[in-house]
Design a protein around this ligand. Sequence first.
Ligand code: SF4
Length: 297
Amino acid sequence: MVEKIGKLKKEKNAVILAHFYQPDEIQAIADFVGDSLDLSRKAAACDADIIIFCGVHFMAGSAKILSPDKTVMIPEKSAGCPMADMVTAEDIKALRKEHPDAAVVAYVNSSVEVKAECDICCTSSNAIKIVNSLPNDEIVFVPDKNLGSYVAQFTDKKVILFSGYCPVHDRITLEDVEKARAAYPGVEILVHPECPAEVVAAADFAGSTAQIIDYATASDKKEFIIGTERGVLYPLEKKNPDKKFYMLAENFTCGGMKKTKLSDILECLETSKNEIIIDEEIRKKAEKSLIRMLEVK
Ligand code: SF4
């Protein structure tokens, strides 16, 4: 199957992009593996005719927003992100009425319609930089209350939080941190800011998936406890064969991310199934929010 995928990919000038949370066998055959920010940049810059986006729906949506002339497909149609579904375009309109002077910042983990209604997008890698780049004193941050409260610690602006959260990261508790500290004394805990504030505060480092990988790779230490989706173990172990990584909690798995199968990628290449189609008017509005984000240095 891997051979067939490789052959068809060349014939059709297709590229396979995969998020760090994808199953190992998907990351292994991808042309590029990254976090949301890397992948959105890659989707915009690559000259392939077809992008097969191995991730969840909002990510493939971002690729299509930035690459309207390319065919973008998602291998499994039902691969969604519950956090992205927690906020709607109508919520943004209501928040604007409530906070007329605030800028609305939408985490990329949101629908195309939400991206179209916000002022600018952000990822977990650049959220602090994006918020601080805005002239407004008030920021409405959607949908993730945990990432929003993390960002609020690094800005003088008033950050108005929404109620969304990632069910995978939000279920991590202080008890998990204490248990991990007891099981691996002296080992640093690296977490994603989608975890609850008290977990982030108790960790040694907080950062996006890419920042966690970079931190562990650059460190002289040999062991780490990882507080994000377990798919990240694949790039961590590949880059650091001499280091050991332990999961902060056993159930750290995103169901949506694990839905991608090699057979679905092959089917995309053979039959062009699950193409992402976006209304052009909404796409253009959403594109502005993503481009604004990509332009912040
Ligand atoms: S890990 Fe959380 S935020 Fe990421 S795709 Fe899964 S549910 Fe969504």
